[in-house]
Design a protein around this ligand. Structure first.
Ligand code: PMP
Ligand code: G9A
Length: 399
């Protein structure tokens, strides 16, 4: 059968994710993986979840196993309104809805906002899952460089002016402000305010994707971009994947009532509703104070792992390599000398049984070939040091 002929134009634009493809390799025996952004399984509160699941099945089994509203269970959304309120986001019930992971929210944004050729401004580098979601809808992704304080909003504004002059249709700015995936950097408070001013001035949307906000090891927590938004230009999303369990596939969006309504209609055709069962579990988990007690434990574990990785890099990595020292999150970002391609080096790494994600995957302009992303949360403490030793050997050989 000639399936190629049958595919839609949209299907032709879909790209497979390097991260997803690396998952299989990462699970091979003996491989130490710094590739996928996976939480550590020891950070999953298995016993507490078991207890909560039994309770829910006893008390509201009929509801837990039933379809629910597309926007999410009302009591869970009410809880989320309070939850984001503590982060300075003023939301009403109509502004908040639940999605199957924030990955789904990114796809819904594509469905609702992107026409073929529309410009989306993203960080250089930026989250690969967002790149692929937006590309599938025909977006023209334009990169804006980052520095140690996150996206260069001065360059962002220049880019917007330049694109407008060329008559391009710019729709939105996508950003991961806190402990960015992949670079680990934080958008400074000044830039958070400024980016809202820019969105208002040019009438663009900001997508604020915040999976890592709660995973802060040090420094002061910064207000979300959404907390500066008075005009409905910011679509905020956060997920339970990194603070509870990615297997729940549970996230939420805060947006203007109008945008929320449109995205919920789009979601109706995707999956009717987010699983009711996991919403009830997460709701119970927050409402009864489990979350507050759980997050400090994850932070302690991940901070230790970051420190082990940084120490091992100091010890083993050759001169000429640079890396970020993130104050939270799950990733650090490495820059090798310009002549080294982390794509070509990957085969050597596989032979040494160590994996990473090459940096070009996160760059929409084809740059970043001498960079790579390392995840420090998934491997055990012992394997972090050993993996860095292996990686350093591979780098030295290439040098
Ligand atoms: N956005 C960012 C920036 C991420 O890092 C991730 C997961 N790595 C996601 C979205 C998707 O997360 P989930 O679908 O599990 O909520
Ligand atoms: O497993 C995934 O695809 C989620 C992790 C994303 C990442 O590694 O950035």
């Amino acid at each position: 059968m000639d399936t190629e002929r049958l595919y839609s134009d949209r299907a032709r634009k879909m790209r497979s994710s390097e991260i997803r493809e690396l998952l299989e390799l990462s699970q091979r025996p003996g491989v130490i993986s710094f590739a996928g952004g996976l939480p550590n399984p020891n950070a999953f509160p298995v016993e507490e979840i078991r207890e909560i699941v039994n309770r829910i099945l006893d008390e509201e089994g009929g509801k837990a196993l039933q379809y629910g509203p597309t926007a999410g269970l009302k009591e869970f959304r009410e809880e989320l309104v309070r939850y984001v309120g503590r982060e300075g986001i003023k939301a009403k019930l109509e502004n908040v809805f639940v999605t199957v992971g924030s990955q789904q929210a990114l796809d819904l944004i594509g469905r609702v906002f992107i026409n073929e050729g529309d410009v989306i401004l993203v960080g250089l580098p930026t989250y690969l899952g967002a790149i692929n979601a937006f590309l599938a809808y025909g977006a023209n992704l334009v990169g804006v460089p980052l520095d140690e304080n996150g996206m260069r909003v001065d360059l962002l504004e220049e880019k917007i002016k330049e694109l407008r002059q060329k008559g391009e249709s710019i729709k939105l700015i996508y950003t991961v402000p806190t402990f960015q995936n992949p670079a680990g950097v934080e958008l400074s408070n000044d830039r958070r305010k400024r980016i809202v001013e820019i969105a208002e001035k040019y009438d663009l949307l900001i997508v604020e994707d915040e999976p890592y906000h709660a995973l802060r090891f040090e420094g002061e927590s910064l207000p979300s971009i959404k907390s500066y938004d008075k005009s409905g230009h910011v679509i905020y999303m956060a997920t339970f994947s990194k603070i509870l369990a990615p297997g729940f596939r549970l996230a939420y969006v805060v947006a203007s009532e109008e945008i929320a309504r449109k995205m919920i209609i789009a979601k109706q055709s995707v999956d009717l509703c987010t699983p009711t069962f996991t919403q009830l579990i997460a709701h119970y988990y927050i409402r009864n104070g489990y979350m507050e007690k759980h997050i400090p434990k994850i932070i302690e574990m991940y901070k230790r792992k970051r420190d082990i990785m940084l120490e091992a890099m100091e010890k083993y990595f050759p001169d000429g390599c640079k890396w970020t020292k993130p104050r939270g999150g799950m990733f650090l970002w490495v820059e090798l000398p310009k002549h080294i391609s982390t794509i070509e080096m990957f085969q050597d790494a596989v032979k040494e049984k160590v994996a990473y994600v090459h940096g070009k995957a996160f760059h929409v302009d084809g740059s970043g070939e001498n960079t790579m992303r390392l995840n420090f949360t998934n491997p055990s403490d012992e394997l972090i040091e050993e993996g860095i030793r292996r990686l350093a050997k591979v780098i030295k050989e290439r040098m």
